[in-house]
Design a binder for this molecule. Structure first.
Ligand code: AP5
Length: 235
């Protein structure tokens, strides 16, 4: 496949709890884009007890990182079906090794990344949000009791199914995930920032979505001006 330069091939980069999932799903709801969240995929594998799920379960529960080669398999098995679609990766890559593996994989298909969005949110803000987070496991939809409440407490807006607390949002595990970010994920940021061939890198700062959303939308549209909004009846 030849990328004409306007297809969106975007990485959503940021600390745990920065809002990657929330903002990706907002983009996907408005525009004709697909998103792949490795966190959601792993949680589904774990819930279904697949082979990947059995390998990843304990690591995710402890707030560690799943090995790069396993993650590449999980991602590419989804990604390779999305040739002619606009897409966002949420939660991958998150190590330097994964970043290089992804570049190699995409180069072999001639579809380089076009945009890297770095969500830069203070730790203090994130820690406050996590205690209020609830998720719908099958879809990955995220709610927050102070910021975007579900219509009915404890239930998913679209399916009415129950929401859960993620076990790895327990404060002790969460602080391990945050440390893991500084140790393993921030080197990837330097790799993208210093590589002249890499995709456009945009850092977005802010504590509220009102600050971040318009900047994110502008960055995405300037990278892929041909993006179409979804038809209204699909919401
Ligand atoms: P994953 O699910 O990817 O977790 P994460 O990166 O730690 O990110 P989160 O899902 O916690 O946060 P988010 O940035 O999406 O924030 P959200 O939108 O929910 O990964 C889980 C685990 O899987 C990892 O720990 C690891 O073990 C494993 N794993 C996954 N990918 C891997 C990989 N590539 N390699 C190795 N291992 C991997 O927002 C957070 C909260 O804030 C929500 O409550 C939300 O409602 C609220 N909020 C969001 N935006 C705002 C706002 N603007 N204002 C107020 N509140 C807001």
């Amino acid at each position: 496949e030849c990328n004409n330069g306007h297809m969106l091939r975007m990485v959503m980069f940021g600390k745990p709890g920065a809002g990657k999932g929330t903002l990706s799903s907002r983009l996907v709801k408005k525009y004709d884009i697909l998103t792949i969240s490795t966190g959601d995929l792993l949680r589904q594998h774990i819930a279904e007890g697949t082979q990947v799920g059995r390998q990843a379960g304990e690591i995710v529960a402890q707030g560690g990182l799943v090995p790069d080669d396993l993650m590449l398999k999980v991602v590419t098995s989804k990604l390779d079906a999305l040739h002619d679609r606009h897409w966002i990766l949420d939660g991958f890559p998150r190590t330097l090794g994964q970043g290089k593996l992804l570049d190699t994989h995409l180069e072999s298909q001639n579809i380089p990344l076009t945009l890297i969005v770095n969500l830069d949110i203070p730790d203090k803000v994130i820690l406050g949000r996590i205690s209020d987070r609830w998720v719908h496991l099958p879809s990955g939809r995220v709610y927050n009791m102070s910021y975007n409440r579900p219509k009915v407490d404890g239930l998913d807006d679209e399916t009415g199914e129950p929401l859960i607390k993620r076990p790895d949002d327990h404060p002790e595990i969460f602080s391990r995930r945050l440390k893991q970010f500084y140790a393993s994920t921030s080197p990837l940021f330097s790799y993208y920032a210093s590589n002249p061939k890499a995709a456009r890198l945009v850092t977005l700062q802010g504590e509220s979505s009102d600050e971040i959303w318009p900047k994110l939308e502008a960055a995405v549209l300037s990278s892929s001006p041909g993006l179409r909004e979804r038809l209204p009846h699909k919401r």
